[in-house]
Design a protein around this ligand. Structure first.
Ligand SMILES: [Zn+2]
Length: 314
């Protein structure tokens, strides 16, 4: 199966260089506020896509269980160090274009600063939709090509690409900015209803961050976030979307919503039942000593150091 290229943070010190020492306290705190405004306060099972080193994970503690997914195993190892190994967290290394989860599994999914790296965003969003249950909530952050800086640069002739057109712009290898209207359209086409939109990082300007105390910028940003309901000209946009009622499709079978809920109860009690084979879609997988085995295509998916690895079969 061919899927689009992925941006791999394997071996990256992203958490330290970008977040801990990179002067991003303002961005981090405004994200915390947005998540509080958008996230259901509690729930059973949350999928964190592009979890990285688990920077946002402590913000999801109202959920019984959290599945941290990232393509990079070393990022997940950093998350393990930060959060510890407990039944509450399940660590999964996998490709977002081939998610290894059964249909309709999750109550809630988050994808923060991750769509940014998707060469085929609608395909990735479609995968998210398929693993969310009816009424499932999706919190998505995306980088906005229609930000004021890009608009001014374009109008002054200092930037070749137009911020006004709907196609994504790849401004650096595997780094994409998106038009808010395009993202809304993809979500709608997939059966999501958009409930809320917040704009973030109104003051992501170097000299403002240097001369104004972070707390004041964070407070002002928290007020301005609500204007996202009317217009979006900031570099970062959060949306809360909901899967509208539908009949679940699993392994080609039609599964009525009621039955799905009963199955989900069984599933929540046993994380092994969360998974399907990312290559052939078969579930359940058989639990072996150091791997999970697909009885349909015989592929084996490694489990090492508390991390399920679905990137390549062993
Ligand atoms: Zn298989």
């Amino acid at each position: 199966m061919t899927t689009p290229p992925v941006c791999n943070y394997e071996g990256s010190d992203y958490q330290t260089s970008f977040w801990d020492k990179g002067g991003r306290e303002y961005e981090d705190r405004t994200e915390a506020i947005a998540l509080k405004r958008l996230l259901p306060p509690s729930g059973r099972l949350l999928l964190e896509l592009g979890a990285g080193a688990g920077r946002n994970t402590p913000r999801y503690l109202g959920f019984d269980r959290i599945v941290l997914l990232d393509y990079s195993r070393t990022q997940l190892e950093q998350a393990q160090q930060r959060l510890g190994k407990s039944d509450k967290y399940i660590y999964v290394a996998a490709d977002v274009y081939r998610l290894p989860f059964i249909a309709g599994l999750f109550d809630t999914a988050t994808m923060i600063r991750t769509l940014h790296h998707m060469a085929d965003a609608p395909k990735a969003l479609g995968q998210v939709q398929s693993v969310l249950g009816s009424g499932g909530v999706f919190i998505l952050e995306f980088a906005n090509k229609l930000n004021l800086k890009a608009v001014f640069r374009y109008l002054l002739g200092r930037q070749p690409w137009s911020p006004f057109t709907l196609e994504p712009v790849e401004f650096a290898k595997l780094n994409f900015d998106f038009h808010p209207k395009a993202v809304r359209r993809w979500l709608k086409d997939l059966g999501f209803a958009i409930e809320k939109t917040l704009t973030l990082s109104h003051f992501r300007v170097g000299f403002l961050k240097r001369i104004i105390p972070t707390s004041i910028l964070v407070f002002l940003d928290s007020l301005f976030q609500w204007t996202g309901a009317w217009w979006q000209f900031t570099p970062s946009v959060f949306v809360r979307a909901k899967v509208e009622g539908r009949v679940e499709k699993a392994n080609g079978r039609q599964m009525a919503v009621g039955r799905w809920l009963r199955v989900k109860d069984e599933v929540a009690a046993s994380p092994m039942l969360f998974f399907k084979c990312p290559d052939c879609g078969h579930s359940p997988l058989m639990e072996r000593e150091n791997y999970l085995e697909c009885s349909n295509c015989q592929r084996k998916w490694g489990v090492k150091g508390g991390i399920f690895d679905f990137r390549e079969p062993v």
